[in-house]
Design a protein around this ligand. Structure first.
Ligand code: ZN
Ligand code: ZN
Length: 213
């Protein structure tokens, strides 16, 4: 598995869903919810990185709630400027109202290695998954999503697919609804990793532990 997880809980859980990968002297963090700053503050030696990159899928608190805090910390304590990758319509405004100095981050949307995929999550907020090319592999990450369809065209040459699932559905994919689809995708050669878990026991039971949770 290319990504490691800081947390994998759903929105009201203890540890916000967030993942990372370290490659050479580069850190890529995926989402930075309200519990993430405290988790990573002492976990990483930020001095050692030449580049700190944060991908933000959407602006719900469990995905962006400590983004400003992290940027400020890296700026004032480590004198480092964060690269933020996001397509959220209000990301600039969000960083502005949280008092994040313009000098402390650089904002990017699509790049050579990150392509955002617009999805549907809740009607109040725009949400994105993405493809990420890293270590000569391609991964696809849904972020929070209630539909699978936007991601399907990107899975052919993907080695891993990180998927938001839940017991009850609604704003998230309902595991029972996508079980067959995900099984097919994994049989076709893309490893499935489930995330944003609201009921681990239930999801383990219905998936018969065929996917990584
Ligand atoms: Zn969430
Ligand atoms: Zn959300």
């Amino acid at each position: 598995m290319l990504l490691q997880f800081i947390g994998k809980d759903s929105g009201f859980g203890e540890k916000n869903n967030s993942a990372y990968i370290e490659i050479n002297k580069k850190l890529i963090l995926i989402d930075c919810g309200f519990s993430v700053f405290n988790e990573i503050k002492n976990k990483f030696d930020f001095n050692k990185y030449d580049e700190i990159n944060v991908i933000i899928t959407h602006l719900h608190n469990d995905h962006a709630g400590s983004l400003s805090q992290l940027i400020l910390y890296l700026y004032f304590v480590f004198n480092k400027k964060v690269n933020v990758y996001s397509k959220c319509e209000k990301i600039k405004e969000y960083l502005k109202i949280t008092g994040t100095p313009l000098d402390s981050f650089t904002l990017y949307s699509d790049t050579k290695n990150i392509k955002f995929i617009k999805t549907e999550h809740v009607e109040y907020i725009d949400a994105y998954g993405f493809t990420l090319n890293i270590a000569n592999k391609k991964i696809v990450y849904t972020g929070d999503t209630k539909i699978l369809k936007p991601f399907l065209p990107y899975l052919n040459d993907a080695s891993e697919f990180y998927v938001d699932v839940s017991k009850n559905g609604g704003a998230h994919l309902k595991i029972d609804d996508v079980l067959e689809n995900l099984t097919q995708i994994q049989n076709d050669g893309t490893k499935i990793i489930l995330m944003h878990i609201d009921d681990k026991e239930y999801i383990n039971k219905v998936t018969n532990e065929r996917f990584v949770i």
